[in-house]
Design a protein. Structure first.
Length: 384
């Protein structure tokens, strides 16, 4: 009757999700979550370590890494999620509705981002155990501080990782979707400096910082700039909250995203130049600081991790949709440390809002998918 082996235990999976979601784990306060996950991994036979990443950020926990030898031949495969949750994240309750939808009580996020994926990994491992343990060598990493610009995965010591491919369970959309490409994200801050003067008595002696910024912003291309790039000014602040002073300072924050790292850098330089040009014309000055928050990557569609994903989707009758994302994930850091992979849609919707939800049916699919990936056998694994 049941072709793909024993069914996922829905009740236990739901319970695992609810237990994890009930743990408070705002960014850099992941202690309780780290302890809970370490305990579960240890029970599942993993050798578990926690690094010191937390201490770099004044956090309470480090990244949690686990390795377990499997029964199947071939190199290990890495599965990963993050432990932290965006605010409001304290006192979360995961409420199961009669329709199978799990929501918060409306005053906090739910934490399906990233506890859906985490629950799926743990339950897939549990099911495998109960069915006799057939699986590959596995590595897992639960990162801290993902929601704060991937801070945990930024400082992880990747020399200990043996896997050459990874699956991050951290994407919205129906299970059976995966992102293979993500952009570079550059955040910048611009400070335009003019000269203060009395706005009524001697405006001609002032240099108007807001006017300079306004001219520069008006010349900027904003929004979707071409197919592969977005540009935004997210905030502007200038002057002294006083009507009678020609404003001396104006500060702006913004960002550039592009699938091409070079083009993102080029666009950032162009914005800097544009502001300096306008400032110079008016006799003022402009200075830009920027930070590369994530770096673009693209996992080739021929990569073995895509093959495994396709195969697992096929077995489960899932659509197998490969997409580009314009969001960030720990995969960016993994990729640039020699571990390409996919970010899987992982039963989380309306994330970063109090309306966030997951669905039991999606959690079940995600767990089945994860389990098949953990048990996948590709001809390349046997050196064929
Ligand atoms: Zn996430």
């Amino acid at each position: 009757m049941e072709e793909r082996g024993k069914k996922i235990n829905r009740e236990r999976l739901t319970e695992t999700f609810q237990q994890l979601a009930a743990i408070d784990a705002p960014s850099f306060q992941e202690r309780q979550m780290a302890d809970a996950l370490k305990e579960r991994l240890t029970r599942l036979g993993f050798a578990v370590e926690e690094d010191k990443a937390g201490s770099l950020y004044g956090g309470t926990a480090g990244n949690v890494y686990g390795f377990r030898k499997g029964t199947l031949a071939g190199p290990p495969i890495l599965f990963s999620t993050h432990m932290d949750t965006v605010e409001p994240a304290r006192g979360k309750k995961a409420l199961l509705g009669t329709d199978g939808r799990i929501t918060s009580d409306g005053t906090t996020v739910l934490g399906a981002d990233c506890m859906s994926g985490t629950a799926a990994i743990l339950e897939a491992l549990q099911e495998i155990e109960e069915e006799g343990g057939e699986c590959r060598d596995l590595e897992v990493i639960f990162f801290i501080g993902e929601e704060k610009h991937l801070r945990g995965s930024e400082v992880f010591d990747y020399t200990r990782v043996k896997s050459k491919e990874s699956y991050i369970l951290d994407l919205t959309g129906p299970v059976g979707t995966a992102a293979f490409q993500a952009p570079t994200l550059i955040q910048f801050r611009i400070e335009v400096k003019g000269r203060a003067a009395h706005a009524g008595l001697s405006p001609e002696t002032g240099i108007h910082a807001i006017a300079i910024a306004a001219k520069a912003v008006a010349r900027m291309e904003l929004g979707r700039v071409g197919e592969d790039m977005t540009v935004n000014i997210g905030a502007i602040h200038g002057g002294e909250n006083s009507s009678n002073i020609v404003p001396e300072l104006c500060q702006l924050v913004g960002e550039v995203r592009s699938y091409s790292h070079e083009q993102a850098m080029e666009q950032t330089r162009k914005i800097d130049e544009l502001f300096r040009e306008e400032a110079e014309k008016a006799g003022g000055s402009s200075r830009m600081d920027y930070q590369i928050r994530i770096r673009a990557y693209r996992t080739p569609k021929e990569h073995i991790c895509v093959r495994r994903f396709r195969r697992a989707c096929e077995k489960l009758g899932l659509p197998c949709t490969l997409v580009k994302t314009f969001g960030g994930s720990d995969q960016s850091n993994l990729y640039h440390h020699g571990i390409p992979g996919l970010v899987l849609s992982s039963a989380m919707e309306l994330v970063h809002s109090c309306q966030e939800y997951t669905e039991v049916s999606e959690l079940v699919k995600l767990t089945e998918l994860t389990k098949l990936l953990m048990q996948d056998r590709d001809s390349a694994d046997l050196g064929e």
